[in-house]
Design a binder for this molecule. Structure first.
Ligand code: COA
Length: 258
């Protein structure tokens, strides 16, 4: 489940499934747009922050144990991706600034949410990656765009094609996070940053955010159909079935490209 809390001017969304490294279940994904709506409508909330429960993980991504049931058929995969798009847009399109505070694992959908946030700060324990190619999974279109905008072509390809894991320091180097703190200092340093965000002029921030988001949207005319076709080719593939089963059976997947 997610825990939605207000601490003064900060709206917190906490991923709370520690036994699974805060993997995001379908119900958790669904809770996010609703929480964002609530925070958007609340004048006392000046910024939104995301974290995982405990300090082992921000989130290890979507909950793979649910995939067989709700993310296995082409139609249900498309539905899942629509949900993810709604989640990312609810964060990106909010006029309020958002921040991800990251301990430990920040993988797949977890990183996707962190990338949808305006700011990312992590502890030294943080590890980042998008292991879609290790699962035969088609990674969400919006998530790809955000990754590319954040780290550029070279690193985005490395992240996706190799399914490579980055340490906190490497993440800092490639621009995935803004700053790395000692784990013991992360909460207090983030509290200072949130307090600055909350004290700055909301309309000035909203102005900048609107321009940044609209500018990104207006660049080029991507072939949405081609992007979604590539994504949906993964959805029905044997490799995707193999990838999620191999994860659950704790073995290495054997991919065939079909
Ligand atoms: N979905 C469902 N369950 C997950 C999960 C996920 N994304 N990530 C971790 N878990 C579960 C594990 O299955 C394990 O469950 P178990 O205790 O019943 O065996 C538990 O969380 C702890 O994970 P474990 O692998 O034992 O811990 P670890 O510290 O050695 O490794 C990770 C942690 C995150 C590196 C590893 O679990 C992992 O690679 N997870 C998958 C990440 C991923 O592919 N995310 C993208 C999803 S789209």
């Amino acid at each position: 489940m997610i825990v939605v809390q207000k601490h003064g001017a900060v709206g917190w969304i906490v991923f709370n499934q520690p036994a699974k490294r805060n993997a995001l279940s379908n119900a958790m994904w669904r809770g996010i747009p609703e929480a964002m709506r609530q925070f958007d409508a609340d004048r006392e909330v000046r910024c939104v922050a995301f974290r995982g429960a405990g300090n082992q993980a921000f989130s290890a991504g979507a909950d793979i144990s649910e995939f067989e049931q709700i993310r296995a058929q082409k139609a249900s995969v498309a539905e899942y991706d629509d949900l993810l798009d709604r989640v990312l847009h609810s964060i990106q399109d909010s006029r309020k600034p958002s921040l991800a505070m990251i301990y430990g694992y920040c993988l797949g959908g977890g990183l996707e949410i962190a990338l949808a946030c305006d700011l990312r700060y992590c502890g030294q324990s943080a590890q980042f990656g998008i292991p879609a190619a290790k699962l035969g999974l088609g990674y969400n279109v919006e998530g790809h765009k955000r990754l590319l905008e954040t780290v550029g072509h070279a690193r985005a390809r490395e992240t996706m094609f190799l399914g490579r894991r980055y340490s906190a320091q490497e993440a800092l180097q490639i621009g995935l996070v803004h700053e790395v703190f000692a784990d013991a200092d992360l909460e207090s340093r983030v509290a200072d940053i949130l307090s600055t965000l909350a004290g700055n002029a909301p309309l000035s921030i909203a102005n900048s955010k609107t321009v940044f988001e609209e500018y990104v949207k207006s660049r080029g005319e991507p072939d949405e159909k081609a992007m979604h076709a590539a994504l949906s080719r993964c959805a029905n593939s044997r490799d995707y079935q193999e990838g999620r089963r191999a994860f659950m059976e704790k073995r290495k997947p054997a991919f065939k490209g079909e």
